[in-house]
Design a protein around this ligand. Structure first.
Ligand code: ADP
Length: 721
């Protein structure tokens, strides 16, 4: 038999198909079923989310229903009160805090009121030491005075400033025609600082005189437009006015406050707001004008807020409003709603046409009301956003800027259903995303596990099937091998016996010596035949499980010595030298005949499988004890056994790939192993250093004194072929 024989047959293919095809179908069905149940769960989730979204939209609708009455009411108030007061009135009377402000628009949707906001000036209260002027020496003096004022050297500052003003008066005398003097920027600044210094020194009359001059300089020079209007002089003049009001009565303060609130004073927003606060603070609680001052302050704040929102209106809403108006022109519906986000506030701009009265009084074509959507929806949001149910609501403006952001962790494949309410985009997310994620993960894990399990089951099944089919095929091949090999093995000795028998029978031998030689050949071949037949019988008994041994207390040393002695001449005739090193007194319990056969088999192989062309080689037989076992080793210097076949040579009918022309049936080693294992030992083959093989027959030791003649036969164990 060659080393490897591929036993792949149609039977293999069929077996594999009958196993793998149904398994593949099963896996496919399982996969599609899992997918189906997964998508069914997702669909159910999305259905629930849509239902939640509907109910959320319904819950929010009443909040939006609060807007039309406010818009309606604004029609009645605006013509009479103006936008600031209308806003405050709607907020107070109608208890509607979401109203942020009212803006007035022209036909082109540009702001009529408030006017485009002025650049902010910060809070220039304490000082403004950067007067514009051409004279750098004067500017330096002003800076010195400012420094003195700041460091508390007020009197020195006053002296420096007074000296500077005297120089201004000398250089710029009153006009002969009007008798008045035109103050330049630097003189205005110097006088303002001098006024502040005098005030700190307690010289209030002198302070008032300076402040009055500054207050008059601003409006006269600015004239409401042109270069320099927004500059220092206008601001200083307003500051001087404020200082005068502070030095005056509560009435003076409230008057200036009203002028500011009613937009009759022009300056940067920051400055106006800061002055309004300062003036209102200086009307004490006990003063009868206190309440009015507070109302005016509130109006001023509202005005400032409207102007701040107007910046965003110009930047964001105007263009969109124009687009919408163009698109919907002629649609008959003049009211428009626009949602956008400024900073952190999402606003709704409700634009309606102005009434005739508004058109004539306010000179506007449309009126816009800004509502804070967060405040508007606040009463309805907690139960929708808090996630007390299974879903949570996320809200964003039309540009997808979130107003109420979605939960932080959302499953990647979850597409939230969405709906639009008054320009807001509502989305429903599962409230407990963690659980959802966990479930999704668990489902994915289960799927993977199932597939891995299916795959390995299929693989194991296929391997098992492959193995058993291979076994079957091997067995079938074995049977064929047995017949052909045995008949071949029988034929050769039989032919020889017959030939030499006939030669002798016909008296054709040359002489008695040749006759004896022929007789010897006939005897050797019959012996070979007997051995072969014995092995075949043993092997078939072994396969059938009926091979029996009769173990006896055996002196293995003596047995081995006898075999060696008997076999040495035979080996020598085949060019082999036998050397034995036998430890005396090694006893085992075994079937002595079978043991002899095993040793003979090993010796025979050692002689048979020598290197081709090498006529002489040594065979060693070594017996020793090791760890409770007797080791009987047969070592040769033959051709050896390829590594991957070292174990297989013990299988029935197996012959190593390097057997070459050496005759043999491949049964001997199989019987040796059967013998060894049936007696609790084993046989192994190892490569020998320097070439050749070592076969070691290991049997459990038996103490010398425990003789057990006639022990019961050992039943053979069924062996692997
Ligand atoms: P046979 O010798 O009749 O073929 P065996 O069962 O005794 O059958 O041996 C099985 C195979 O093991 C042999 O065909 C041979 O290839 C290999 N073999 C056994 N003994 C040796 C050895 N000493 N050296 C090399 N090969 C061996």
């Amino acid at each position: 038999m060659t080393a490897k024989r591929q036993h792949f047959s149609r039977g293999h293919l069929l077996a594999l198909c009958t196993f793998l095809v149904p398994l593949g179908v099963l896996a496919w069905l399982g996969q599609s079923e899992l997918q189906r149940s997964g998508s069914a769960a997702r669909e159910a989730l999305e259905r629930e989310a849509r239902t939640f979204l509907q109910s959320a939209a319904q819950a929010l609708a009443p909040q939006f229903d609060r807007l039309p009455p406010i818009v309606e009411h604004s029609r009645q108030l605006l013509a009479a009160e103006g936008p600031v007061r209308t806003t405050l009135a709607l907020r107070d009377q109608d208890a509607f805090p979401p109203l942020l402000d009212i803006v007035l628009l022209d036909e082109a949707s540009s702001l009529v009121w408030p006017e485009p906001p002025l650049p902010s000036l910060g809070l220039p209260f304490a000082r403004d030491a950067r007067p514009r002027g051409t004279d750098t020496a004067i500017a330096a003096t002003l800076r010195t005075a400012d420094l003195l004022l700041q460091t508390g050297r007020i009197a020195e500052a006053a002296t420096v400033l007074q000296r500077l003003i005297t120089r201004f008066e000398e250089a710029n005398p009153p006009q002969p025609r009007t008798g008045r003097r035109e103050l330049d920027d630097q003189e205005v600044a110097a006088r303002f600082q001098l006024g502040a210094a005098r005030r700190k020194l307690g010289d209030l009359d002198a302070a008032r005189t300076e402040f009055e001059k500054v207050a008059q300089a601003g409006p006269r020079r600015g004239g409401g437009s042109g270069a320099g209007f927004y500059g220092d002089v206008a601001n200083l003049s307003l500051l001087a006015e404020s200082a005068l009001a502070e030095l005056g009565t509560s009435g003076d303060r409230v008057r200036l406050l009203r002028a500011i609130a009613e937009s009759r004073r022009e300056a940067a927003d920051g400055l106006l707001s800061a002055l309004a606060v300062r003036l209102a603070e200086r009307v004490p609680n006990t003063d009868p004008l206190h309440a009015e001052a507070q109302v005016l302050l509130r109006e001023e704040r509202q005005r400032a807020q409207t102007r701040a929102i107007a910046v965003d209106y110009d930047a964001i809403q105007k263009a969109e409003l124009r687009r919408r108006l163009q698109r919907e022109a002629g649609a008959g519906n003049s009211d428009l709603q626009l949602v956008s986000t400024f900073g952190s506030t999402t606003m709704l701009l409700w634009v309606r046409d102005a009434t005739d009265e508004e058109r004539s009084k306010r000179r506007c074509s449309r009126v816009g009301l800004h509502f804070d959507i967060g405040q508007l929806l606040a009463p309805a949001l907690p139960q929708l956003v808090g996630g007390t149910g299974s879903f949570a609501l996320a809200i964003s403006d039309p540009n997808d800027v979130p107003m109420v952001p979605p939960p932080r962790e959302v499953p990647a494949d979850f597409a939230p259903p969405l709906t639009e309410v008054h320009g807001l985009v509502l989305r429903a997310f599962p409230a407990n995303t963690e659980k959802l994620l966990r479930d999704a993960q668990a489902a994915a894990q289960n799927r993977t596990l199932l597939f891995v399990a299916l795959f390995f089951t299929a693989l194991a099944g296929a391997l098992w099937l492959w193995r058993s089919v291979s076994r079957e095929a091997e067995l079938a091949a074995l049977k064929v091998d047995l017949v052909s090999r045995v008949s071949h093995e029988l034929k050769t000795p039989l032919a020889l016996i017959r030939m030499y028998g006939e030669t002798l029978g016909l008296g054709r031998a040359r002489d008695s010596e040749q006759a004896a030689q022929f007789g010897g050949i006939i005897a050797r071949e019959s012996e070979r035949l007997t051995t072969l037949i014995q092995r075949i019988l043993d092997f078939s008994r072994q396969q059938a499980g009926t091979l029996q041994y009769t173990p006896q207390h055996t002196d293995l040393t003596t047995l081995a010595r006898n075999v060696c002695a008997a076999y040495a001449p035979h080996l020598e005739s085949r060019g082999a030298v036998l050397i034995d090193t036998l430890t005396p007194g090694v006893f085992v319990d075994c079937d002595a005949n079978a043991c002899e056969s095993a040793l003979v088999n090993l010796l025979e192989n050692a002689a048979k499988y020598g290197i081709e062309g090498d006529d002489e080689h040594e065979i060693e037989v070594d017996l020793r004890t090791r760890g409770g076992e007797a080791w009987l080793e047969v070592r040769d210097r033959g051709r050896g056994i390829p590594d991957h076949e070292r174990d297989r040579v013990f299988d029935g009918f197996y012959r190593a790939s390097n057997s070459g022309e050496v005759r043999g049936a491949g049964l001997g080693l199989s019987l040796v192993r059967h013998f060894a294992r049936a007696h609790g030992g084993d046989v192994t083959s190892q490569p020998r250093d320097g070439g050749g093989s070592v076969f070691r027959l290991a049997l459990p030791l038996s103490p010398p004194e425990t003789a057990s003649p006639g022990s019961t036969p050992t039943q053979t164990q069924p062996q692997r072929p």
